[in-house]
Design a protein around this ligand. Structure first.
Ligand code: HEC
Length: 165
């Protein structure tokens, strides 16, 4: 479903013609994408995040620790993107559940959609390329959302892992 674009080029053309609504593009099915592994081309096996979840020793809840980049992604998401995509990226009536959507797109598509914005069947996302609170953090957002979509990072506020010695 919802895999509308095979390439950034098609996306640009669709945006230019303002006919992005309902454009269906066939993305070659890959086993990696189907299983939810990072469908990011050559680095399929390499995850951009480090996440360790366990019981918070002081509380009842499970606490996740994440690398610095993933933490910045979480922070950026909950400063800007949660307004539409909701806390923890689970989606709302007017913006998609990114946990599901992330499994249908590759990294290049992610970067293009976030940078240029996206108009589709669910609604319209503005472009973020002019927003300095977002455009420096695409990699971090990718890490955070992939960790969520992979089911590795649980909902809620993560803490930073200690810096490597
Ligand atoms: C104004 C509401 C809004 C905000 C804020 C917003 N989005 Fe979106 N986003 C959308 C909508 C609507 C869609 C789905 C468009 C469609 O497919 O119909 C979407 C789609 C996406 C997709 C799927 C892209 C694809 O190619 O399928 C990603 C990834 C995404 N958003 C990431 C983000 C990130 C990261 C932020 C914060 C920088 C963000 N969004 C902020 C509304 C928003």
């Amino acid at each position: 479903m919802n895999r509308r674009r095979a390439s950034a080029a098609l996306h640009v053309a669709a945006m230019t013609l303002a006919v992005a609504c309902g454009v269906e593009a066939q993305v070659p099915a890959t086993g990696a994408a189907a299983t939810g592994a990072a469908a990011s081309g050559s680095d399929v096996m390499v995850k951009p995040y480090t996440v360790e979840c366990g019981r918070d020793p002081e509380g009842e809840r499970t606490q996740c620790l994440v690398d610095g980049g993933t933490y910045v992604g979480w922070r950026t998401f909950h400063a800007v993107c949660h307004v539409c995509h909701a806390q923890d990226a689970v989606g709302s009536t007017f913006a998609p559940d990114l946990l599901a959507r992330m499994r249908t797109i590759d990294k290049a598509t992610f970067m293009t959609s976030v940078d240029e914005g996206l108009e589709g069947q669910v609604g319209v996302m503005p472009p973020w390329r002019e927003n300095p609170n977002v455009n420096k953090y695409y990699e971090q957002l990718w890490s955070y959302l992939l960790a969520r979509a992979d089911g590795v990072l649980l909902p809620g506020r993560p803490r930073r892992l200690p810096n490597p010695q």
